[in-house]
Write a protein that binds this ligand. Sequence first.
Ligand code: HEC
Ligand code: HEC
Ligand code: HEC
Ligand code: HEC
Length: 446
Amino acid sequence: MKLMLLRALTGFAALAAIATAVAQTAAPAKDAVLPYLSKDQSVGVVNCSSSLCHGSVRPYKESNVLQTEYVTWSRVDKHARAFQVLANPLSQRIARNLGIGDPTKAKVCLDCHAHNIPQNLRGERFVFEDGVSCEACHGPAGRWLKDHSEQGATHEKNLAAGLYPVSDPVARAKLCLSCHFGNADRFVTHRLMGAGHPRMSFELDTFTSVEPAHFKPDSDWEKRKRIWDGVQVWAIGQAMVVSELMAVLADPKRSHDGLFPELVLFDCHACHHPMSDKRWTPRVAGLGPGVVRINDSSMLMARQIAKVVDPALGARVAQTMSQLQLAAAGRGGDPAAAARTLQGEMNQLIAMLAATQFGEAQMRAVLAGLIDDGLSGQYSDYAGAEQAAMAIGSVANFMYQKGALKSAGSINTGLAGLQAAVADDERYRPAQFQAALRSFRSSVGL
Ligand code: HEC
Ligand code: HEC
Ligand code: HEC
Ligand code: HEC
């Protein structure tokens, strides 16, 4: 599987100026009800797509929003085709292997590939084939459709009427991960992977920008709601992935599949690489060779984030992470207890991150920490390198927007080198990634 999320630096001059002024924090949104669990009616995409609403081909100058959202979504956003892919040959093969019949009718697939809500909550013009539709992310519009474009509409009123707070990074992370990792209601297990489902990885900031974005934070956005720093969005996303992973590990029903643990929680490439490719080097102290490691790609990121935000918490997080790996490998301790401890630490970190803006020195420390980890051999596994490449892309983009990085040309060359090194998981060579890290480091002068 190739990683296709190429990302070069993008100049957002307007944003750079605005982002320095911190907006008011909106009401806590982390407990919002996910769109598929809402009791409100979903009205369907056709209600949003008129050329006077969100279906304009060109952005409206006088409007708060671009009004081209539908055109972007329907033409270039993969979510619009998420239902259609269930009819393709790969989906047919997955369904055949699982013995679940027609995948376009199977709940296990529809839960993530469509806005799969109860029949009685689908409005007259709701079209199931619209896949991951506007309302699958923005929440059912039954109570806010009419008023949200009227005079006097405010973001707060819309939220109170059931608009999902996608702009809040914690709420957004929960939303995206409900499909891009899974949750207690739906999950891509190793059985699904074994049947042929693509491997999944997620990074909140990168995925938000390559969705592709059908929105543009600008001055009126800032009046209506807060603009979040890209680095904060990345950091919250990583801590949230670890928290979700720990929730599964700590739950005996989800962490096992018969006699075996649920393999999707482990590093895929620890098992799936040619035997002739001898690449083992010591990485987690005390773990030794020939052991299946828990997929720690986002843990490696969260460890760096915690270290920079709060060194004491960072030290505890690092210790819990190695306890977890050792316990999972039968070297003492209870893995479920370690998972619960780490989940608690992640939730603490998320709360801190929601209130922390990264200064330039901290962003440099994050970048340097990620690079040092790589050069000391922490990204010997593909998944870690893939996360590090996306992380560095996110942090560098944000620093560039803030004017903290200058020479876009050489930095983009550095980013392209990192992306080339993770472009294909089956050809991943840790030494190539390390060489790319070294040249990226010299391009930003760290
Ligand atoms: C927990 C949510 C979830 C479940 C359950 C799920 N999928 Fe997916 N699926 C995804 C996500 C997210 C992606 C995109 C992954 C990426 O590209 O990062 C995806 C990608 C795919 C793709 C590749 C699409 C492409 O454009 O190449 C196919 C095919 C697919 N899924 C089929 C299925 C089938 C068939 C089922 C049911 C047996 C299923 N999925 C169940 C979330 C899910
Ligand atoms: C996969 C999830 C997803 C889907 C599907 C989606 N959006 Fe969005 N949308 C977002 C995110 C994330 C943002 C940016 C965060 C924010 O609003 O603060 C956004 C922003 C917007 C904004 C800008 C809001 C503002 O205040 O400026 C509008 C308008 C919008 N979306 C409309 C739509 C419409 C119409 C559709 C369907 C045609 C759609 N979206 C589909 C996730 C989604
Ligand atoms: C209801 C489930 C669902 C939700 C919620 C969701 N996604 Fe997705 N997403 C999918 C599926 C399914 C696919 C694969 C579609 C395909 O390949 O046709 C996908 C694909 C993508 C892709 C393309 C990946 C690639 O490999 O090219 C990006 C980027 C993405 N999603 C970002 C997001 C972001 C950001 C959010 C949260 C704001 C989000 N998604 C929320 C189900 C979801
Ligand atoms: C502990 C080792 C282990 C881990 C970790 C692991 N797998 Fe597997 N995988 C297996 C085994 C064993 C099979 C079954 C091979 C067979 O049936 O011949 C398999 C089968 C598969 C297959 C089907 C291959 C085929 O021949 O059709 C895919 C695809 C796959 N795994 C993907 C993944 C992904 C993605 C991950 C990470 C999220 C992962 N695996 C993690 C051991 C592992």
